[in-house]
Design a binder for this molecule. Structure first.
Ligand SMILES: [Zn+2]
Length: 226
């Protein structure tokens, strides 16, 4: 009864459209689960995602679970995960993405998931890294191990506004640091982040992971901007 009153007073809301959820629904409403734009994983190359990296880095795969557009439900969802403390929503959606990954046989080539780290100051303010929550969700469905203790951000980078994609990439490269290369050596690493826009962050992190001895690198963003 008490639970019912609480639900009436403070209804759980959908992380994407913000409408109240039914008792049987968790995190996202049924309509959003069906309708949120999902471009598909393991797209044939070249595709709209791979062109962000082609010619800049020898990567293996690039995936985006959702298509991101300004003002969309996906943007609202990402905002909840990043800025509204909804880490469990991040893990839930990560697990959903993991379930789709698991349906593809190529998935088995990934040895280790490494989430893109936050700047230490941002981590302290937020209390969690949303990319790590997503990585944990993917792990829950695929059993691919994940580790957020290998790659770090060493400081705040200069503003990237107005720079082209090559200089963005160069500016960011020194921001990442591998502190323990051993678990990366000879492995196919799946780098995971919440949002993919230009790809500069993935490229800069990949450069350091590769230098640490990884044999292959792939990228997965929960949402990507076309
Ligand atoms: Zn919804």
């Amino acid at each position: 009864m008490f639970k019912l009153i609480l639900q009436l007073l403070y209804p759980k809301r959908c992380g994407a459209c913000d409408l109240p959820l039914l008792e049987s629904e968790n995190f996202l409403c049924t309509a959003c689960r069906i309708e949120l734009p999902k471009p598909g994983l393991f797209l044939k190359r070249p595709n709209w995602l791979s062109v962000k990296f082609d010619g800049l880095f020898p990567f293996s795969d690039v995936h985006a679970f959702f298509l991101f557009s300004p003002g969309s439900k996906v943007q609202h969802l990402m905002h909840q995960i990043k800025y509204k403390g909804q880490r469990d929503l991040g893990t839930f959606v990560g697990a959903w993405c993991g379930a789709h990954l698991k349906n593809n046989i190529q998935m088995i080539s990934y040895d280790l998931i490494v989430p893109i780290p936050l700047f230490p100051k941002k981590y302290q303010e937020r209390g969690y890294n949303q990319a790590a929550c997503i990585a944990q969700g993917i792990h829950e469905k695929t059993q691919i191990p994940w580790n957020d203790k290998l790659l770090h951000r060493t400081g705040q980078s200069k503003s990237l506004v107005g720079q082209n994609r090559v200089s963005r990439y160069e500016t960011l490269t020194d921001v990442f640091k591998v502190t323990n290369p051993e678990p990366l050596k000879g492995k196919h690493i799946l780098l995971v982040d919440d949002t993919l826009t230009t790809g500069a962050t993935f490229l800069a992190a990949a450069e350091k992971i590769k230098a640490a001895g990884a044999s292959e690198i792939s990228f997965l963003a929960l949402a990507a901007l076309k």
